[in-house]
Design a protein around this ligand. Structure first.
Ligand code: ADP
Ligand code: MG
Ligand code: MG
Length: 243
C-alpha cells in the first residue's frame, strides 16, 4: 500500500537543477533508503516533501490525496515526522519536556502526568532514558531516539531520517535500528538517508538512487548487489576506471 507518491518533481536553485523530474514512492511499513553521492538531491527531495522548499513542478500525494505543505510543522501535523542529523531539541530541558513541549493538542495537566506519559512512551519504544533527566545527559543516540519518540507520539505515518547515524557508534546504530524495526512493525514508512552502505543492506527493504538530481531507479535491496549500487550512484565512472 503506497502512502507517499512523488511524481515528476523538479526543483532548481540558481545555477543548479537539484531535482530533475524525480519519482519516489514509499509504502506502508517500508524502510526505504534514499541513496546518491553528495549533491545528488537527497536532502532537497526530503525538504520538498516537508515544505522547507517549494517544488517548481511535480505532484505529491499522501495516501492518495494531493498535498502541498508550506512548513515542516504542517507536514508534521499531517503525520510526516523528520529527524535530522543535527537534533532540534533543547539540551537544558528534561527528556519529558523535550518530548511534549510546544504540543498544543496534548492536554498535559501537570508535570507528574507529563513524566508518566513520557515514561510510558520511552518504555514502549525501549528507549533507555528517564523522563526527568536533562536531555544533555543522554548520549547522542538516545537524543535521536527521543526526537523520534516525539514524532511517533505525534502519530507520524512517515518518518524521515536524514543521516541519523553519522555520529553514532556501532552499538548505538543497532539500538536505533531496533527502534526503526519496531516502527516498521507498526506500519510507519521510513525514509532513511545514510552514507554507510552496510547499514542500507542491514535495514532497508527498498533503495532509490539519485544522481545529479535525476532518478536512476528504485530497487529491492535483496535484488541489488553493493557493487551495482555503487555503480548506479557513480554512473559511468566505475566503467571508466576499469577501461
Ligand atoms: P544531497 O543531500 O544528496 O547531498 P542536496 O539535496 O543537499 O544533495 O543538494 C543537491 C544540489 O542542490 C547540490 O548541488 C546543492 O549544492 C544544491 N542545493 C541544495 N540546497 C540548496 C540551496 N538552499 N541553495 C542553493 N543550492 C542548493
Ligand atoms: Mg549533502
Ligand atoms: Mg543531504
Amino acid at each position: 500500500e503506497t502512502i507517499l507518491e512523488m511524481t515528476d518533481i523538479s526543483k532548481s536553485f540558481p545555477g543548479v537543477k537539484a531535482l530533475d523530474g524525480v519519482d519516489f514512492k514509499l509504502r506502508k511499513g517500508e524502510i526505504h533508503a534514499l541513496m546518491g553521492e553528495n549533491g545528488a538531491g537527497k536532502s532537497t527531495l526530503i525538504k520538498v516533501i516537508t515544505g522547507v522548499y517549494e517544488k517548481d513542478a511535480g505532484l505529491i500525494t499522501l495516501q492518495g490525496e494531493s498535498i502541498h505543505f508550506k512548513t515542516p510543522e504542517e507536514a508534521q501535523n499531517k503525520g510526516i515526522g523528520t529527524v535530522y542529523q543535527e537534533i532540534m531539541l533543547c539540551p537544558n530541558l528534561t527528556v519529558a519536556e523535550n518530548m511534549f513541549i510546544g504540543r498544543s493538542h496534548t492536554a498535559l495537566v501537570n508535570w507528574k502526568q507529563m513524566n508518566e506519559k513520557a515514561a510510558e512512551l520511552l518504555a514502549s519504544l525501549s528507549i533507555p532514558a528517564s523522563p526527568t533527566q536533562e536531555l544533555s545527559s543522554c548520549s547522542i543516540a538516545v537524543q535521536q531516539m527521543i526526537a523520534i519518540a516525539r514524532a511517533v507520539d505525534m502519530d507520524c505515518k512517515i518518518l524521515i531520517l536524514d543521516e541519523p547515524t553519522s555520529s553514532l557508534d556501532e552499538d548505538e546504530v543497532h539500538k536505533l535500528f531496533a527502534l526503526m524495526r519496531q516502527l516498521k512493525e507498526r506500519g510507519v514508512g521510513i525514509i532513511f538517508i545514510t552514507h554507510f552502505l552496510e547499514q542500507v543492506y542491514e535495514i532497508s527493504d527498498m533503495i532509490t538512487v539519485l544522481r545529479n538530481g535525476k532518478l536512476v531507479g528504485e530497487y529491492e535491496t535483496s535484488a541489488l548487489s553493493q557493487f551495482d549500487l555503487i555503480a548506479k550512484m557513480l554512473g559511468n565512472e566505475l566503467e571508466d576506471i576499469s577501461k
